[in-house]
Design a protein around this ligand. Structure first.
Ligand code: HEM
Length: 161
């Protein structure tokens, strides 16, 4: 059963806040994304076990190319989600991709709490990356973009039939 997604308004101002900070972070997105997941593993060390490529690897965390790629994806997709939320009122992920994302996260035993920890770490790292721009409004704009993307993925988290 697919949970119905709640659609909340995402304003032009919120989109602008995300884009402004994203423009200044973009060039470091890979490094910042990685920082997000290193923070996640500080808070929730057991989350490392979810990732097959971390379980099967002797490469140090911070040098693992697949961890970097996932971290970067989360960051970039959250930003794209913000832009799409304002333009079309829902996150950017195409329907087919969303199903795959839901299935993958379901299969790898990702649960709601993991999405919360990633959100917390993401907001912390953005705050540290752009302290001069950071504000409660910026925090809630990124938070909302992430929440709606996460909700879209979670709504597709079920076994593949
Ligand atoms: C895989 C994106 C949140 C853990 C993936 C993939 C993408 C992705 C694109 C690869 C897709 C595939 O193979 O089908 C995202 C986005 C997120 C998010 C956009 C949030 C908005 C999370 C969270 C966790 C997580 C919160 C857990 C802490 C994983 C794991 C895999 C995965 C374990 C499979 C990795 C493997 O191959 O071992 N994610 N993800 N993701 N994601 Fe996420």
């Amino acid at each position: 059963r697919t949970k119905k997604l709640e659609v909340r308004a995402f304003t032009e101002e919120q989109e602008a806040l995300v884009l402004k900070s994203w423009n200044s972070m973009k060039k470091n997105a890979a490094e910042l994304g990685l920082k997000v997941f290193l923070r996640v593993f500080e808070i929730a060390p057991s989350a490392k076990k979810l990732f097959s490529f971390l379980r099967d690897s002797d490469v140090p965390l911070e040098q693992n190319p697949k961890l970097k790629a996932h971290a970067m994806t989360v960051f970039v997709m959250t930003c794209e989600s913000a832009v799409q939320l304002h333009k079309v009122g829902k996150p950017s992920v195409r329907e087919s991709n969303l199903k795959d994302l839901g299935t993958t996260h379901f299969q790898y035993n990702v649960v709601a709490e993991h999405f919360e920890v990633v959100k917390f770490a993401l907001l912390e790292i953005i705050k540290e990356a752009v302290p001069e721009m950071w504000s409660p409004e910026m925090k809630s704009a990124w938070g909302e973009a992430y929440d709606q993307l996460a909700a879209a993925i979670k709504s597709e988290m079920k076994p593949q039939v």
